[in-house]
Write a protein that binds this ligand. Sequence first.
Ligand SMILES: [Zn+2]
Length: 342
Amino acid sequence: MSNNWERRWHPLLEQWVIIAANSAVRPWSGIVSDTATQARPAFDQHCYLCPGVTRANGTENPSYQGTYAIDNDFPSLALHAPLAEGDEQLDELRQRAPARGVCRVLCWSEKHNVTMAELSAEGMHNVVKLWQHEFTRLHTNSEVKQVLIFENKGVETGASNLHPHGQVYGYPFVSDNGKRMRQAQNSYAAKHPGQGLLADMLSHPDADELIVEKSAHWSVIVPFAARFSYETWVVPHRRVANLAELHDDELQDLAHTYQRQAKRYDALFKRPAPNITLIHNAPSDSDDPSVNQHWHFHIAMQPPLRDPEKLKYLAGAEAGTNNIINPLQPEHAASQLRECKI
Ligand SMILES: [Zn+2]
């Protein structure tokens, strides 16, 4: 394999990814990410997520310990979004509707300076139980058609508050990626009866090159057509459509497995690593279980770095086409991640 000028098909998003390992050695005069670890206090009176602090809307946070979930004070979606005049008149070129939905903020702990990688085992278990609880709560809301739980970690991802936290969006429609992933998994299952796209990815004859870790119930794998240099997916061995279907032992094992992968990124990038985590539950747009019968729940972790000091930006070719150029061969990324001492 040349490692260069290779395109790989991303079967879940049904798009090409360009693997361009030669672009990684180009002379770099772009922005360099700060690898120095800045010490942060355990409590910051100016942080609106810390315990006991009064938020911008005048609400005082309780003196909480452990996980804490609140409605976003400045949400992009709202269940009470009003109908505007003309909203119900369909015009092919000007369709609009109220952006009804829910935006929540999830704190992983009361500590302003403790990331998921640094939580106790019990603390991390409480985080995955919070994910499950928040998903289940919104999944049954008739206004919500898709629940996305995510974390923007680190200034490099655009996080506006460094208190370790995630967010939940309950969308009033199925997202573009939600539609693509469901369609791709349905098509694959139709072509290969009794099989599943993600299950076959894990059991592929060459999967060992890409697998970072296999625990009792989960595998961590670099996707064959990774879109980001050190992207990994945390995939359950048993196909479930969403967090609510996970058993207690699977949830507990997820806490350990996810945390180990977060620790690998910290070890690789030599600091609390910036990362975007996306928890891909099946859409919540139907009560008929057959609609999502081929959806395989998984979590994508996408650090925005191409190496410890270089940020990966979506440049013109990528923004213009949605076909990503990854400067690192996925097999090489998996090997580096396997070697991280955690
Ligand atoms: Zn804080």
